[in-house]
Write a protein that binds this ligand. Structure first.
Ligand code: FAD
Length: 516
């Protein structure tokens, strides 16, 4: 029997923070919204490999200087500030908009102090550039203090003993875990009626009278409007809707290192050397561990060039130790590589515009920092769809609140006991490093996790020192049981990433029979 075709008013292509924020915004209206993501879990692209801070002021000034590597050499400092770009506008508005939404969506977050330190003449000059640009821009950009050695060590006792001066801002950086943000936005969109399809790669777009057909590996979707939020792959998706694109994409990669939880006390917030064009050197206390990003923006030709090279880790650690000398290689528990995406038409801004030959296909190509600006961006996109004829009627019953999966590790004994009384599976710890229980894993699966990575990003199971050595096989078993599939069908992250090929006894049998 022929399957009925799926219909929507708007199809969003790409389940990173951009797609998820637009999905949530659209779910305020009486619309059929479908978000399609090619991988087996949301935020499989840049959002997963992100440093992930919501920041403003002093940190944003530092970023302006860092990104001047993309501009012609010798560009004057004040030309690094572009108040009229969507990028700057959304960074400024986004920081203010996030705080209430982080609370509504029960997203774990924490303000971390930022200390930009300098020890030698060159660094002091670079620090002065940041200070001067901040003061020239005024307002929130000037909301920092310059502190001396005594103050520096009172606030960050473990920094390089040779530092002489620093810039300090206490509330310019909000530490979040980027996948949690994207997943929370998406979960809230689903609560409000949005449909999310994972493992659903878009492979073509057809015009059919007044409608468009989004062709996916799982079948077609008939829709009025399409939003292209495929970021690093957005050029290819754009071309599916027709030719005439006058922009391309460029990619720059950076390695990141995560240190064990036991190092948490080494820094109180984000500590960095002053930015120089094209270089970012920082050590940051995250909620659960320490993150190091020390390196350059290395060009690459692919958005998925996320392989981590040993030499890059060694170089990065060497610089990190100049910031915090007590850091040690022994404490590395993970490394990953993030790929930043820029468009070639205007590296300083996003591209948010309708396709030149398809006025119902909206390109939303976001350059970094796309998490900070995601909320105003989503409001803007919805406005553009409305102006293009998308009928928007507000729902009376939109729920802006979403509850997180209980974070067992953070709960008091009283709350833990209550949880266990209601569901004894909360009393079974599956991931020992991060204290994640079977109850949390089952809840993650109920909310859409269907891969090992999906469970990891939603619960932190497997993110600790043993990297899933202990809990990995147990998580696979729980996934197989809950999804009612054989363990050999459980995937790491998407359909093309099997974890187990067959039972080991089958392998012996095959060997005996000479089957490859
Ligand atoms: C190292 C690093 C540090 C960063 N630090 C910060 C920071 O501190 N603060 C900040 O705000 N931003 C930061 N950013 C930038 C931020 O991560 C990005 O701007 C943001 O995540 C982009 O989100 P997105 O949804 O547009 O793209 P993505 O997250 O890449 O999402 C695109 C999605 O589209 C999917 N897709 C692609 N093609 C198809 C298809 N054909 N069919 C279906 N799905 C498809 C992909 O699988 C992917 O999941 C950083 C980025 C990096 C790399």
């Amino acid at each position: 029997m022929k399957q009925p075709i799926l219909e929507a008013d708007v199809v969003i292509i790409g389940g990173g923070v951009t797609g998820a924020a637009i999905a949530r915004e659209l779910s305020r209206y009486q619309l059929g919204t479908v978000l399609v993501e090619k991988r087996g879990e949301l935020c499989a692209g840049q959002t997963k490999g992100s440093l992930g801070n919501i920041y403003t002021g002093l940190n944003l000034v530092g970023s302006m200087i860092l990104k001047s590597v993309l501009l012609p050499p010798g560009t004057p400092l004040t030309e690094l500030y572009h108040p009229h770009t969507l990028h700057t506008k959304w960074c400024e508005e986004g920081f203010r908009e996030w705080e209430p939404v982080l609370n509504e969506l029960d997203i774990k977050h924490r303000y971390v102090p930022l200390t930009i330190i300098a020890k030698d003449e060159d660094q002091i000059k670079n620090l002065e550039k940041i200070r001067d640009l901040g003061r020239q821009l005024g307002g929130m950009y000037a909301d920092f203090e310059q502190i001396d050695r005594e103050e520096i060590f009172a606030r960050e006792p473990n920094v390089n003993p040779e530092v002489v001066t620093a810039l300090y801002a206490s509330r310019h950086v909000i530490d979040i875990f980027p996948p949690e943000v994207a997943i929370a936005l998406a979960e809230n969109a689903v609560q409000n009626g949005c449909k999310i399809l994972l493992n659903t790669e878009v492979i073509g777009i057809l015009q059919n009278g007044h409608h468009q057909i989004v062709q996916t590996v799982k079948g077609p979707i008939k829709t009025n409007f399409i939003v292209n939020a495929a970021c690093g792959w957005g050029d290819k998706v754009c071309d599916m809707a027709g030719g005439g694109r006058d922009w391309g994409l460029q990619y720059r990669k950076t390695v990141m290192i995560i240190l064990d939880t036991r190092c948490k006390g080494l820094v109180n917030g984000m500590v960095r050397w002053p930015n120089v064009p094209g270089r970012l050197d920082l050590v940051q206390r995250r909620e659960d561990n320490i993150l190091i990003e020390c390196g350059t923006y290395d060009p690459t030709d692919r958005p998925d060039d996320t392989y981590t090279i040993r030499e890059d880790v060694i170089k990065s650690m060497a610089v990190a130790k100049t910031l915090i000398p007590r850091i040690s290689e022994k404490d590395i528990i993970n490394t990953f590589t993030g790929v930043r995406v820029f468009n070639t038409r205007d590296v300083e801004d996003h591209i948010v515009e309708f396709h030149p030959s398809n006025k119902k296909f909206l390109n939303v190509m976001i350059r970094l920092p796309g998490i900070i600006g995601a909320l105003p961006m989503a409001g803007h996109v919805v406005g553009m769809l409305q102006n293009a004829g998308c009928k928007l009627v507000k729902k009376d019953d939109f729920h802006s609140y979403r509850k997180t999966i209980p974070r067992f590790r953070d709960l008091s004994d009283e709350v833990r006991n209550r949880l266990i009384r209601n569901d004894p599976r909360y009393g079974h710890v599956v991931c020992r490093c991060e204290t994640v229980t079977e109850g949390q894993i089952i809840e993650a699966i109920k909310r859409g996790a269907s891969t090992e990575e999906g469970v990891r990003m939603r619960t932190r199971a497997g993110m600790g020192r043993c990297k899933g050595g202990f809990c990995g096989p147990r998580v696979v078993k729980i996934l197989a049981r809950e999804l009612k599939i054989p363990v050999t069908e459980v995937k790491k992250r998407s359909l093309d990433s099997p974890l187990l090929l067959c039972r080991s006894k089958e392998l012996l049998l095959r060997n005996e029979k000479g089957i490859a």
